[in-house]
Design a binder for this molecule. Structure first.
Ligand code: FES
Ligand code: FES
Length: 171
């Protein structure tokens, strides 16, 4: 699991805005956001892959931009809205367009990389609603799929861009 170096005063807390809800967590500023999301808030959709900032499995949206939660100290996440994979769908029946596109394209096998891929794609499409294939590849460069499903991931993001420009839920 992600390391959780000590820091901050014992008993200090902070409020994070996660998926539109205020969540109070222990404030150890150097502890990784990934640790807090998974261990304190039980939002385990965000995956722990490498813990070193190299695989992208842990990506979440911070102020609408994809960041690697394993390399983000929780102290940096106090204030801006955080959105995890659990926050993208308003309900099981109302998935985010990028989630739908991944399902329709069959863009996953084991699914471990999928939350980070979807978060990265949402971030890209917020910034560039009509990306070229090269722009998609560049944006997804830091996300590793050990199952090698890159062709379908590219197809899913391309389809999401052309079928719906729906921003992620504001938080
Ligand atoms: S777990 Fe964060 S980049 Fe791999
Ligand atoms: S679907 Fe298995 S790692 Fe990407």
């Amino acid at each position: 699991m992600a390391t959780s170096p000590v820091g901050g005063r014992p008993g200090a807390t902070a409020t994070l805005r996660v998926n539109g809800v205020d969540r109070v967590v222990p404030l150890l500023p150097d502890r990784s956001l990934l640790y807090v999301l998974r261990e304190e808030l039980e939002l385990t959709g965000t995956k722990y892959g490498c813990g070193e900032g190299e695989c992208g499995a842990c990506k979440v949206l911070l102020n609408g931009v994809a960041v690697r939660a394993c390399k983000t100290p929780v102290g940096e996440a106090v204030g801006p809205p955080i959105e995890t994979i659990e926050g993208l769908a308003s309900s099981a029946e109302r998935l985010h367009p990028v989630q739908k596109a991944f399902i329709e394209a069959g863009a996953f096998q084991c699914g471990f990389c999928t939350p980070g891929m979807i978060i990265a794609a949402v971030s890209l499409l917020k910034r560039l609603p009509e990306p070229t294939d090269e722009e998609i590849r560049a944006a997804m460069d830091g996300n590793i799929c050990r199952c090698g499903g890159y062709a379908r991931i590219l197809e899913a993001i391309r389809n999401a861009a052309t079928t719906a420009h729906v921003p992620s839920r504001s938080v």
